[in-house]
Design a protein around this ligand. Structure first.
Ligand SMILES: [Zn+2]
Length: 426
């Protein structure tokens, strides 16, 4: 048998990557991510979440491969490599059977651990039963008793410790981008990956295509119509976005710094005390490291009752602003606030409803405009074509995209995975 490639997740969906590369001697999954697209169709957190492995198998969120999972462990046939800490790439790893080799970067594993330490854990988050094998760029792993070798090369993405991989399997060279961008904080990392692709005779390139979409995307149109209706419901005085043009992550940093300087809060940091109450160990470490490098931290996620006073002096960084805004508004409003939105636009209905809630809170504040300072974690279509040119593969396989056909003009031999996930390599 030659090499087989099956895209069990990440086929016509953004995320949920589970790409099986098999030879006669063994196999490896490139990522084992959570399929948000499928889970959202059947489950709803917290009311009816998936509650065990069979519930995920039954809706097709997991590939139905006997022995792969911890509820019915069998012979270990497959290793798993993890390209980055985002759940759409690592989220189903905890479900794998005991002893499954999981190969990833040293800091990728650290970030997975940090999530476990800092977030609520559940039946689907335990990872100590796995055989973690950690490596860095420059290292490589040969799977025992097989003809498969894994070579990780760092790339830049919206989370640190992200990797692309070159997999040498059954005499073939398969390159996998993971999630990649060229306009991030460390474009040199992605460039290292591209240079490695240029140096290798790549047979198959598995290339992400998150931002590949048609000019008239029906889903975007649907969300725009929904947003317009929500605005109509709000009546007047809807907080307006002020887009700050940013091409790179460096632009984002500069724009954020300028915004903080211009706002009242950062002008007088002298008497600002670092807020430590209730801080987790990893948070304290982060703060110590950051301040040791000359950074200032005004980070208040705990001690909500103090937030009202702090708001005059502090920059409050919150992954979920809806958790912080109510407390501020509850104390006093209107309240002089500079609000920066630094995250991707809503890409589904639930996110749009959350966003609408945020607009209500901002309006309650008397905040009639907010700044949008953000760049994507993913390469533009033009930059992805540079990746394809660098790899110059025999076959291009689009993954992690809703519109794989739109990548067919990029190369004379593009293979869109079949609905079953099988990739025709002939
Ligand atoms: Zn992803």
């Amino acid at each position: 048998m030659g090499v087989r490639v099956t895209v069990h997740g990440g086929n016509r969906e953004i995320g949920g990557n589970k790409i099986l590369v098999e030879t006669g001697d063994g196999g490896v999954f490139l990522d084992f991510g959570k399929s948000y697209t499928i889970e959202d169709q059947f489950f709803e957190v917290p009311w009816n979440p998936p509650f065990h492995i069979p519930s995920l198998l039954s809706v097709g969120a997991l590939p139905d491969i006997p022995g792969l999972y911890r509820h019915e462990p069998g012979e270990h046939r497959y290793a798993v490599v993890v390209s980055q800490p985002h759940l759409d790439h690592v989220g189903y790893v905890p479900l794998l059977s005991p002893g499954t080799p999981v190969i990833t970067g040293v800091d990728t594993k650290n970030l997975v651990d940090i999530r476990l330490e800092s977030m609520q854990t559940s039946w689907d988050s335990e990872i100590d039963h796995l055989d973690w094998q950690l490596l860095r760029t420059g290292g490589a792993v040969e799977l025992p008793d097989s003809d498969i070798k894994i070579i990780p090369i760092h790339v830049d993405h919206s989370v640190p410790a992200s990797y692309g991989f070159i997999v040498e399997a059954g005499g073939m060279c398969i390159a996998y981008t993971g999630d990649i961008r060229m306009h991030g904080a460390r474009p040199d990392l992605s460039e290292d990956f591209l240079n490695e692709l240029r140096a290798k005779p790549v047979d198959i390139l598995l290339c992400e295509g998150t931002r590949v979409r048609p000019a008239e995307d029906p889903d975007i149109k649907f969300l725009q119509d929904m947003a317009a209706n929500l605005h109509l419901r709000m009546g007047g005085d809807i907080p307006q976005p002020v887009q700050v043009d940013c091409a790179t992550e460096h632009d984002v940093r500069d724009a954020l710094e300028q915004t903080m300087k211009d706002s009242h809060g950062a002008a007088d940091p002298i008497d600002a005390e670092v807020y430590t109450k209730g801080r987790e160990k990893w948070e304290q470490q982060l703060v110590d490291d950051w301040t040791a490098h000359g950074g200032d931290v005004y980070w208040g996620l705990d001690g909500r009752s103090e937030l009202r006073n702090m708001a005059e002096h502090y920059v409050i960084v919150s992954p979920s602003c809806v958790g912080v805004l109510p407390e501020l508004a509850y104390r006093a409003h209107p309240c002089d606030v500079t609000f920066v939105l630094s995250k991707s636009e809503a890409f589904n209905e639930e996110m749009l409803i959350s966003f609408d809630r945020m607009l209500h809170w901002l309006r309650l504040y008397g905040c009639n405009e907010y700044k949008v300072i953000h760049v994507s974690g993913h390469a533009s279509p033009a930059d992805l074509q540079t990746v394809v040119e660098a790899a110059n593969p025999n076959l291009l396989v689009p993954i992690h995209t809703r519109f794989p056909e739109l990548m067919t003009p990029w190369h004379d031999s593009v293979r869109v995975p079949e609905p079953s996930g099988v990739v025709d390599l002939s």
